[in-house]
Write a protein that binds this ligand. Structure first.
Ligand code: RB5
Length: 148
């Protein structure tokens, strides 16, 4: 995925708000137009609201990709993957992030916000952004089989 003026929709709950803000800065530095679907405060909130908002933006084409964060990333991933043609990947390493792009053409990166250090998240985000889909026939076939 290249970083020329693409729109990325981002969302988090309260648990990942500081981490989301940090990664938003990085996305802006890389030239993305960042559309923040919330949450905007550290008040306790319900993660599915923001997950659905980001998934809808990607599903509709309003954004070319998305970033979702909550405490673990799990709740965000569950909700986003209820949407057709959304492949929201909770990644825990540069390798899984790259493979989620190369093999699965993931269109939303999901990350945990309750982590001891944000540094690994920055590396994972970079790997995800910098890895294109392989366009390999077997991966296209497998992705089609996800949508029944
Ligand atoms: C909020 O406490 C927490 O449940 C949420 O951030 C997330 O981890 C859910 O999957």
């Amino acid at each position: 995925m290249t970083s020329e003026k693409k729109i990325i929709a981002v969302g988090s709950d309260h648990a990942a708000l500081p981490a989301k803000k940090k990664l938003m800065t990085i996305l802006e530095q890389r030239g993305f137009e960042v559309v923040d679907k919330g949450t905007y405060t550290e008040d306790s909130c319900d993660y599915p609201e923001f997950s659905h908002a980001v998934a809808e933006a990607v599903e509709s084409g309003a954004a070319s990709c998305g970033l979702l964060m909550c405490g673990t990333g799990l709740g965000m991933m569950y909700a986003a993957n209820r949407h057709p043609n959304i492949r929201a990947a909770l990644c825990w390493s540069k390798e899984t992030a790259a493979l989620s792009r190369e093999h699965n053409d993931s269109n939303i990166l999901v990350l945990p916000g309750r982590v001891p250090s944000l540094d690994p998240l920055e590396d994972i985000l970079a790997a995800w952004l910098d890895t294109p889909f392989s366009n390999d026939e077997r991966h296209i076939r497998r992705i089609r089989k996800i949508e029944r």
